[in-house]
Design a protein. Structure first.
Length: 265
């Protein structure tokens, strides 16, 4: 699906050509400031680069390009995942981004943009794991522990699609960030982390054999930006998302962050 690194420069010039025509057709937000909140804990979508200390990732690049085309200034702020949806719903922030799955129950609190990415949930385990090979065999391993953030899609998948439907199941260990679940997996404190394919493939590639994916995908997720209910930004951002898909910008970002970027290097 992705072209090789050798032709990246040529691709970049091709993708730059249609930007002006697409931008000319997009709404102009007049240079207003838009406060965007994220968690900085979900690589490669958004995270703090250990080399530079700068917040970077696919979502930052995408939002910066959306802001450029719609003519608004972005002010980034941070909060925890468990506080984000409610904080955006309350109007503390105007946009939220952290790989948020579009779900009907969340739509009761916030408005979603159109999907900007589709991903599948995968089973991330240690590289030397041999006790289970899929969701069924993990469920049968009574000593097996899964790490998850409360209220996330991986949490509910673990509860209802792998385990017994009990959200208080002691086999689920809760963590504040996705990165913390992966660290617990590496340390042997849990045995499984559910992740979407975008983050999972990045962690595996950077692990030098320390992590791997097992089993079949457990479903698909559509990611969207969130807004307070009734936000006037939704229509404009949707128009920009459509333009970025149409002119290949999102494909370029996919290559940059999911193929070329090597976490930890």
């Amino acid at each position: 699906m992705f072209v090789r690194r050798a032709v990246l420069a040529g691709l970049s010039s091709l993708f730059l050509a249609p930007f002006a025509s697409f931008s000319a057709d997009l709404p102009d937000l007049g240079g207003r400031t838009v406060v965007v909140v994220t968690e900085n804990a979900y690589p490669p979508l958004q995270f703090v680069d250990p080399k530079t200390g700068q917040a970077v990732g696919w979502e930052y690049d995408a939002m910066n390009e959306i802001a450029k085309r719609l003519n608004f200034k972005v002010e980034y702020q941070n909060t925890s995942w468990d506080a984000m949806i409610q904080a955006v719903s309350d109007g503390q922030y105007q946009v939220g981004m952290t790989g948020i799955t579009i779900k009907d129950d969340r739509k009761e609190k916030v408005d979603f943009s159109d999907p900007y990415m589709r991903s599948q949930q995968l089973m991330l385990v240690r590289g030397d794991e041999t006790r289970f090979r899929d969701a069924k065999s993990f469920a049968a391993l009574e000593s097996g522990l899964v790490g998850a953030q409360p209220g996330t899609s991986p949490f509910y998948t673990a509860v209802y699609e792998i385990l017994d439907g009990n959200e208080q199941n002691s086999r689920i260990k809760l963590f504040e960030t996705f990165g913390a679940t992966v660290q617990a997996l590496k340390a042997g404190d849990v045995d499984l982390v559910l992740t979407d394919s975008t983050a999972g493939e990045g962690y595996v590639a950077a692990s030098n054999g320390g992590l791997k994916i097992v089993g079949e995908p457990l479903g698909t997720e559509d990611f969207g930006f969130i807004f307070p209910k009734g936000s006037d930004l939704v229509t404009s951002v949707n128009a920009a998302i459509a333009a970025l898909k149409a002119d290949g910008t999102f494909e370029t970002l996919n290559k940059k962050w999911f193929l070329d970027y090597k976490m930890g290097e």
